[in-house]
Design a binder for this molecule. Structure first.
Ligand code: RB5
Length: 146
């Protein structure tokens, strides 16, 4: 199960990503928003991040206008490694090297076709472990700093 969410600035791209996930047979839980009314992106980021951290969902996708606010917000939640991605190479690396459990996209920044390629690159990649695991563990240890 994949968690997905957007604010009003990312709702159209979120719909396109949901269609891609459906085509691929990937189940997604949509944490909103569900219409074009203005909402605060941290509220959606919190819901998606909580679903990933609890194990309800394995990974998440967040969309806002730029992808920046969603990534900043999601990364405040312990256990989250959210990557703001604008190209396919970074999306693959986000999984292979950083074991990102959420990717964040910006509907106002990245065109729909490219955004869908970015999502595919992330979905098709796997964490490589090894030296990357050591580094990801060091990232997670940073959560102990107050
Ligand atoms: C909403 O206007 C906008 O600030 C939001 O979608 C996002 O781009 C924030 O980072």
């Amino acid at each position: 199960m994949l968690a997905i969410g957007s604010d009003h600035g990312g709702i159209n791209l979120k719909q396109s990503i949901k269609a891609l996930l459906e085509e691929r047979g990937i189940k997604a839980k949509d944490f909103g928003t569900f219409d074009s009314t203005s909402v605060d992106y941290p509220d959606i980021a919190e819901k998606v991040a909580a679903a990933v951290v609890s194990g309800e969902c394995e990974t998440g996708i967040l969309v806002c206008g730029t992808g920046i606010g969603m990534s900043i917000a999601a990364n405040k939640v312990k256990g989250i490694r959210a990557a703001h991605v604008t190209d396919t190479y970074s999306a693959r690396m986000a999984r292979e090297h950083n074991n990102a459990n959420i990717i964040c996209l910006g509907e106002r920044i990245t065109g729909c076709d490219l955004a869908l390629e970015i999502v595919k690159a992330y979905l098709d990649a796997e964490f490589l472990g090894g030296r990357h695991e050591t580094r990801v563990n060091k990232i997670m240890n940073l959560e102990k700093i107050d």
